[in-house]
Design a protein around this ligand. Structure first.
Ligand SMILES: Nc1ncnc2c1ncn2[C@@H]1O[C@H](COP(=O)(O)OP(=O)(O)O)[C@@H](O)[C@H]1O
Ligand SMILES: [Mg+2]
Length: 156
């Protein structure tokens, strides 16, 4: 495990960050995003998806339907657990199915804190904090396979 903190000062910076991450994300990646409403999870997702060849206008929070599937260069599964209204245990079997199906693709999860107990170990965790009007702190952590991404993000 390694971790890395980056500050975003604008929505555009968060979007650009997402594009950098998406360009380097290996197939089979699961990205677990945590943080309050409005911290930028969907915006970052839009950047990641854009780099994966999904048109940005398609990306909205799947708040009411829980998961959106996009056909990018690889299959992209975008989940939002905010309003699922289900206990993690009830989501468990459905999620396991997605984790299995997405081995060739990428899973991007908003409100991942809700399923911390059932997430696989080798996920890229991005912990968002709102630190000002337009300031967001993003703390990245994850295993070796994501360290190339951290290196990329360190470059100006
Ligand atoms: N640095 C920033 N990064 C991301 N979003 C920002 C930033 N500064 C302001 N915002 C605003 O915060 C909101 C983030 O929304 P969204 O990405 O939908 O958050 P979430 O999915 O975490 O609820 C947007 O309205 C965006 O314009
Ligand atoms: Mg969202």
């Amino acid at each position: 495990m390694d971790n890395y903190i980056i500050i975003s000062n604008s929505p555009a910076a968060t979007l650009a960050l997402g594009r950098k991450i998406g360009a380097k994300l290996p197939p089979g990646s699961i990205v677990a995003m945590t943080g309050e409403l409005g911290c930028g999870k969907t915006l970052l997702t839009r950047g990641i998806c854009s780099a994966l060849g999904v048109p940005e206008r398609q990306i909205n929070s799947p708040t009411f339907i829980f998961v959106n599937e996009y056909n990018g260069k690889v299959p992209v599964f975008h989940m939002d657990l905010y309003l699922t209204g289900k206990e993690a245990s009830a989501l468990d079997s459905g999620l396991a199915d997605y984790f299995h199906r997405a081995q060739e693709g990428v899973i991007l999860i908003e409100w991942a804190e809700k399923i911390a107990a059932i997430l696989p170990e080798d996920v890229l965790t991005i912990r968002f904090e709102v630190t000002g009007g337009k300031k967001r702190q993003l703390e990245f952590s994850g295993p070796e396979k994501f360290h190339d991404i951290f290196k990329e993000l360190k470059k100006k």
